[in-house]
Write a protein that binds this ligand. Structure first.
Ligand SMILES: Nc1ncnc2c1ncn2[C@@H]1O[C@H](COP(=O)(O)OP(=O)(O)O)[C@@H](O)[C@H]1O
Ligand SMILES: [Mg+2]
Length: 263
């Protein structure tokens, strides 16, 4: 059984006069320790798919179709309390702009510990701090103790994204969803974050859904890739198949658009 199995998933918005389908017939799996890259132009439905898996799509205004099975259980129909038990613990998500996800008035340490306070209530404050520091070290932040005591504005963009990854990892998640996690960062920092995610994938057997519009990042990090356009999957395959022998004209065009100078 795959860790995650998305079956014929779709999203339809109902807040306009005519209902609008923004994701249709999306099916894929992610196994334990596997990295799936989703690539596609803006508006192709990448974030909708990611948010649905993270359980973060609002239940109002949209209709969801198909199934999203996590360890065999459908996230779309499971009881709210069961879903809340998975969110932020077994399934975690990081976003493009860590500054908006971090609370500017709260010290980093407290924010990294947040998921432990929600999901592991029996942990002592000392153990929570120990685990938070361990995670800050794991994401290769120097002087983790000082970072623990600092506020978000005292850190660089790259450090803030590392903090978000540490906060996501704190409960030993099985699946990390990373939606354009490096888009706001400059190129060298992007490469470091990719390396870090790869390391966590190998060390912790973490499965990753990595979303980007940047094909060169997708090629660097992914085991397998799917290309999306207009809410549908255009092509899916192993990273070498997609990049060396793309079947679809659209994929060929995307790859043709990668600048020659890579990271
Ligand atoms: N609140 C909304 N109401 C209607 N359509 C929306 C809403 N939010 C997003 N969409 C549409 O859903 C489609 C997919 O969006 P999204 O998943 O964010 O794309 P991506 O992440 O690939 O850029 C887009 O066409 C977008 O305009
Ligand atoms: Mg998006």
């Amino acid at each position: 059984m795959s860790l995650l199995e998305v079956k014929d998933f779709g999203v339809e918005f109902h807040d306009h006069l005519t209902p609008e389908k923004v994701v249709e017939h999306v099916s894929f799996t992610i196994d334990e320790g596997e990295i799936l890259g989703i690539v596609g132009e803006s508006g192709s439905g990448k974030s909708m798919t990611a948010l649905a898996i993270a359980g973060l799509l609002p239940r109002k205004k949209l209709i969801k179709e198909g199934e999203i099975l996590f360890e065999g259980k459908d996230l779309l129909t499971m009881h709210r309390s069961e879903l809340r038990g998975l969110q932020g613990d077994e399934i975690c998500m990081i976003f493009q702009e860590p500054m908006t996800a971090l609370n500017p008035t709260m010290k980093i340490g407290r924010q990294v510990e947040e998921a432990l306070r929600i999901h592991h209530k029996d942990m002592s404050p000392e153990d929570r701090k120990k685990r938070a520091i361990e995670c800050l070290v794991n994401v290769e932040l120097k002087d983790a103790e000082a970072v623990y005591e600092s506020y978000p504005h005292e850190l660089s963009g790259g450090m803030r994204q590392r903090v978000m990854i540490a906060a996501a990892m704190v409960g030993h998640p099985k699946l990390l969803i990373a939606d354009e996690p490096t888009t706001a960062l400059d190129v060298t920092v992007q490469a470091q974050i990719i390396k870090l995610l790869k390391k966590l994938n190998e060390k912790e057997k973490l499965s990753i859904l990595f979303i980007s519009h940047d094909l060169s990042l997708i090629e660097q990090i992914s085991d397998k890739v799917q290309v999306m356009k207009n809410g549908r999957i255009v092509e899916q395959g192993s990273v070498s198949q997609i990049f060396k022998e793309p079947k679809e004209e659209y994929t060929r065009q995307l790859i043709g658009a990668i600048p020659e100078v890579k990271l």
